[in-house]
Design a binder for this molecule. Structure first.
Ligand code: URA
Length: 207
């Protein structure tokens, strides 16, 4: 895992952020992100949940278990990618993040993308997909999941792959059909990262 000094500065800057009054009350800490700060793949979820808020690590609860399984299915560990959220702090009772909260956290998200300069961005669920893709996400996550979008960020083409949020799989009693779709979408992620990966051997797996 490599540290990225600019990202570390950003983490420091946001560690005491008070832009969202409600979130300041519901959080115990700001959950900035975890993993390889100079990874080729950046994963963006919705917002910290209760376990994430307690531990200070994104996706370390039930949804995180699923994310980890899916990463493993394409030969990745979570330490080989960077994981963050659209909104860093935990909303009360796991409510959806509000439009203002997403807006307040968007400069931080854009800077994270700029400083990491990843080759692939995986947006997890509707909120992250809308935050990154804007109007292109209008059709909704179930329609555009697994598709590859391209955006030029800092003169570099970045591939953006929206996926279904693991919480959705949990709400649906781990429906095998949804899980298979998610695995397929992770194959798309594997393909995108393999073509671009610094060390392609590391993620080769047999089918
Ligand atoms: N769900 C998210 O979107 N992010 C987390 O960090 C945990 C659960």
């Amino acid at each position: 895992m490599q540290e990225n000094p600019k990202l570390q500065e950003l983490k420091q800057e946001y560690s005491k952020c008070e832009k969202c009054p409600e979130l300041c009350k519901s959080r115990t800490q700001v959950v900035f992100g975890s993993g390889d700060e100079s990874a080729d793949a950046l994963f963006i979820g919705e917002a910290a949940g209760a376990t994430e808020d307690e531990k200070g690590i994104p996706f370390c609860g039930a949804s995180g278990q699923i994310l980890q399984e899916l990463l493993q299915s394409i030969g990745f560990t979570r330490d080989e990618v960077f994981i963050t959220n659209t909104v860093l702090c935990r909303p009360d009772k796991n409510r959806n993040p509000k439009t203002d909260e997403i807006k307040n956290c968007s400069e931080r998200l854009n800077k994270t993308i700029e400083y990491m300069n990843p080759k692939v961005i995986v947006t997890i669920g509707n909120f992250a997909t809308k935050a990154v893709l804007g109007p292109e996400a209008k059709a909704g996550i179930t329609k555009i999941r697994g598709q590859i979008f391209e955006k030029t960020i800092q003169n570099k083409i970045v591939q953006i792959i929206p996926i279904i949020h693991p919480a959705n799989l949990l709400y649906n009693g781990r429906n095998p059909k949804i899980f298979e779709q998610m695995k397929l979408d992770f194959k798309a992620i594997q393909k995108a990262t393999n073509t671009n990966r610094k060390n392609p051997q590391a993620s080769l797996i047999d089918f």
